[in-house]
Every structure is written in structure tokens, then in C-alpha cells.
Design a protein around this ligand. Structure first.
Ligand code: UD1
Length: 420
């Protein structure tokens, strides 16, 4: 198993290119099940979760090849309609195959994802939506069995705005007979990007980019080439890393429109930003001001950046309130940050950060993807050496993060360890 060894105290300076969005690719890849044929998806991040999705599609009979950041998928010979537990347990996004399989092949057997490091993560909305479109859904031995001779259009309201459920039901509705109206659909850019790809495949979707999607089902779709949008969460992670080290960095290959709330908060905290069409220059010459955040659905402050922001606020002199409204228990990074000397109290899905305390390097353990990013960020400004264990979490969603951080001047190396 790998760990990172970080010497704190280095200022980040230079340019960093953001990869394609992990959550974008994970939505686009299953769309290839909707129409047999060949797909080229460029700007695909070469990272663990994408490999997991490739393995899942391959286990169903597809051919997937990732050359650098160019992903080729051939879905001409799908022979299995099953997403086994071994894949779904590694990555919840595997659940995305459910909608396309039922819509295109009339059946799917997909393992229930179960909980995750930060608590229960239900899939009821995915299932209700598919049932509304006419699928029968049963549970057997931890698997969802969904069937439908032919899905039909329907009206479906998402009681909670859900990225995954919107993606799943949207994909299914493209091949349903008649019109589907989805309300309170997720607005996240990765879903908008999925809808755009579906349109390129021949789907008829109105309202893209809004929370009301109207889908006129078609008899069949065709393959397409697509480019994955930039990873807004990776971009935010580097911006925060730059800011906490009082650095001067340019983040390239970003879509600043996808980051408006994060950029606003960075400016409030004292950063100077120069925002262009696809680059963001950040300069910071002081410790940040304490700036509260409340996570919410897009375009609000992303839950996927909450952990990184919390680390950033460890350097803010004063009290910061960090409220989590998407996943109440998503604070597994906090006990590890305490080991570096942080002063953080948790209650009612809120972290109270008393910042400005001296941070000292320590051994800390990653518990999930974004928590690991927050530990790296804190380690960058902790005095002395920190070791971040269980790096496989960070490898799920960040492409060569240590290479990128090193190029910006961080002292970070990846080494093998027996510690788990
Ligand atoms: C996606 C992202 C994840 C991000 C999350 C919220 C991917 C692969 N993952 O996850 O990185 O943290 O969005 O932005 O894109 N919910 C239900 N019932 C459901 C589905 C969801 O109650 O059937 C709830 C969840 O518990 C949560 C909220 O809805 O409180 C939002 O979750 P959702 O948007 O579905 O997250 P994911 O798609 O799993």
C-alpha cells in the first residue's frame, strides 16, 4: 500500500492543469450502454474510479481502452446485464448502469451499493424513478433486479435533488416510449454534460441546464464522441492548496462558471483572483479570514469541497462554521486533522473550526477521497513531516496528484508502506 510523505511549509507557485471530471466520466461511460457501438471520450481522467467503471463495462461484454486520457469504448457486444457486488462496493457510481441496462436490454441486476465511509447513501430515488417509467424493481440477496419490456414516459419529481438518480432516470427516459418530465432534476455540471452527450446520441431533451427536464423518448440512439468537462472539484482543491500556502498559482483547463461559489468564498477569505475563460490565477499573501460555508446542491458550495475548505480554515484566525447539508456525517477528516493540532468541534452536521493554531506534522489516515485531499492540504502547512496513509482513496479521484503538487513546489513523495 502507498503513503505520501509531505514536508510542510513550502509555498505553491506555478501552473497546474486540471484533469477531466471524474464524476463527469463516470456518468458518460455508462451512457455507452444505451447504443451499441464505438465511443471516443477525450479528456478522461486516468484514475482508479474510471478503471473500475471500465472493468465493470468490460465484465458486461464491452471493450474499454484508456490511452492516456483518450477513452475508447466499444459496446457492440453486451452479453451480461449484471453489475456485481465486487465492482459496486468499490464505487457507488457503478449504480449508473441500472437505467441504461433496463432501457436498452429490458433487464438489469445491480448490487445495492450499501453505505459508505460517511454514512448511509440510499438509492430509493433511482428506483422510484425507474418504477415510474414502468420498470418492475425487486430486491434479492443484496441485488436490485429491474425489468421492463418497454419503458414508458412519465412525470417524476425528485423529492431530493440527486445527481446519481437524475443521471440514471434521465438515461432510461431517453429510450422510453413517450414523454418524461423530470422535476427537481440535479443541476450539477456533470449531469448537464451527460444530457448534452445524450442529445449528441440522438436523444430529445429539453430544459438542459435547468431543474426541469423534458425527454421525448426515441426508438434508438447512436454512439458519439465526447469530451469530458474539467474537474471542478480538483480545480477547487488546487486553488485551496495554493491559498493555504500563501502561494501564487494558475489553475488551467477549468470552467470558472462551475466554480462560482468556491471562487466567491476564496475572494472573501482574502485571495486575489484573476479569472479568465479557462484559467484561474490565485494569489494569496496572508492567512485567510474565517469564512463560513454551508454545503448545498449546485450551484451552492459543493459537499465535495467541504473537507478541503475545513482544512483551509485551520489557518484562519477566529471561528469558522462549516455546515454540511448533503451528507450529515461527512466529517471523517476531522479526527485526523486533530492529530495535526487542529481545534475542531462537531455537532449537528456542523464543524466549528477554531483556526490560527500551530499545526505539527503527524501520521494521518485517509478515510475517503475528499477527506484525503483535506489531509494533504493541511499537511502542506504543518510544521515538519506528515505521512498520509491509505493513498488509494485519493487515487480514486485525483490523477497524479503528487506529480502536480511537486511541480508547484510542494515537498511530497509516494512511498510503499506496510502500515495500513
Ligand atoms: C454525487 C457525486 C458525489 C457528490 C454527490 C453530491 C458522483 C459519482 N458522485 O454522488 O461526489 O458528493 O453527488 O454532490 O457523481 N439521496 C437519497 N436517495 C437517493 C439518492 C440520493 O436520499 O436515491 C440523497 C443522498 O443521501 C444525499 C443527496 O440525496 O443526501 C444527494 O446525493 P446524490 O446527489 O444522489 O449523490 P451521488 O449521486 O451519490
Amino acid at each position: 500500500m502507498d503513503k505520501f510523505i509531505i514536508e510542510g511549509g513550502k509555498r505553491l507557485v506555478g501552473r497546474v492543469k486540471v484533469s477531466g471530471a471524474k464524476n463527469g466520466s463516470l456518468a458518460l461511460m455508462p451512457a455507452s450502454l444505451l447504443a451499441p457501438g464505438q465511443y471516443n471520450i477525450s479528456n478522461t481522467p486516468n484514475l482508479r474510479d474510471v478503471w473500475t467503471m471500465s472493468r465493470l463495462l468490460t465484465s458486461m461484454g464491452a471493450f474499454c481502452e484508456l490511452n492516456g486520457n483518450d477513452l475508447f469504448i466499444d459496446s457492440s457486444n453486451i452479453t451480461s446485464y449484471e453489475a456485481p457486488y465486487e465492482h459496486v462496493k468499490k464505487m457507488r457510481a457503478s449504480f449508473y448502469v441500472l437505467g441504461p441496462l433496463v432501457a436498452r436490454y429490458g433487464m438489469a441486476k445491480v448490487s445495492l451499493p450499501g453505505g459508505c465511509a460517511w454514512g448511509p447513501r440510499p438509492v430509493d430515488l433511482h428506483l422510484k424513478g425507474l418504477e415510474k417509467l414502468g420498470a418492475t424493481v425487486e430486491m434479492e440477496s443484496g441485488y436490485i433486479l429491474a425489468k421492463a419490456d418497454k419503458l414508458h414516459g412519465a412525470k417524476f419529481h425528485f423529492d431530493i435533488s440527486s445527481v446519481g438518480a437524475t443521471g440514471n432516470v434521465l438515461m432510461a427516459a431517453t429510450l422510453a416510449k413517450g414523454t418524461t418530465l423530470l422535476t427537481n432534476a440535479a443541476l450539477e455540471p456533470e449531469i448537464t454534460a451527460l444530457a448534452r452527450m445524450l442529445v449528441k446520441m440522438g436523444a430529445k431533451i429539453n430544459g438542459i441546464g435547468t431543474s426541469i427536464l423534458e425527454i421525448e423518448g426515441v426508438d434508438e440512439l447512436h454512439p458519439t464522441d465526447e469530451e469530458t468537462i474539467p474537474d471542478r472539484i480538483e480545480a477547487a482543491t488546487f486553488l485551496i492548496a495554493g491559498a493555504i500556502t500563501k502561494g501564487n498559482i494558475e489553475v488551467q483547463n477549468v470552467n470558472p462558471y462551475h466554480l462560482t461559489t468556491v471562487l466567491e468564498k476564496l475572494e472573501e477569505s482574502g485571495c486575489k483572483l484573476d479569472v479568465n475563460a479557462d484559467t484561474i490565477q490565485l494569489e494569496m499573501d496572508s492567512d485567510p479570514l474565517p469564512i463560513d460555508i454551508t454545503t448545498s446542491i449546485y450551484p451552492g458550495f459543493p459537499t465535495d469541497v467541504q473537507a478541503q475548505w475545513l482544512s483551509y480554515m485551520l489557518k484562519a484566525d477566529g471561528l469558522t462554521k462549516i455546515k454540511e447539508t448533503i451528507y450529515a456525517d461527512r466529517f471523517k477528516h476531522v479526527p485526523e486533522l486533530l492529530r495535526l493540532g487542529a481545534n475542531v468541534e462537531l455537532s449537528d452536521a456542523t464543524a466549528l473550526v477554531r483556526g490560527g493554531k500551530h499545526l505539527n506534522g503527524a501520521i494521518v489516515m485517509s478515510s475517503d477521497l475528499r477527506a484525503s485531499a483535506s489531509l494533504l492540504i493541511a499537511a502542506l502547512v504543518s510544521e515538519g513531516t506528515s505521512e498520509v496513509l491509505r493513498v488509494y482513496h485519493i487515487d480514486r479521484g485525483y490523477e497524479t496528484i503528487e506529480t502536480k503538487l511537486k511541480a508547484l513546489g510542494a515537498s511530497i513523495k509516494r512511498v510503499k508502506t506496510d502500515l495500513i
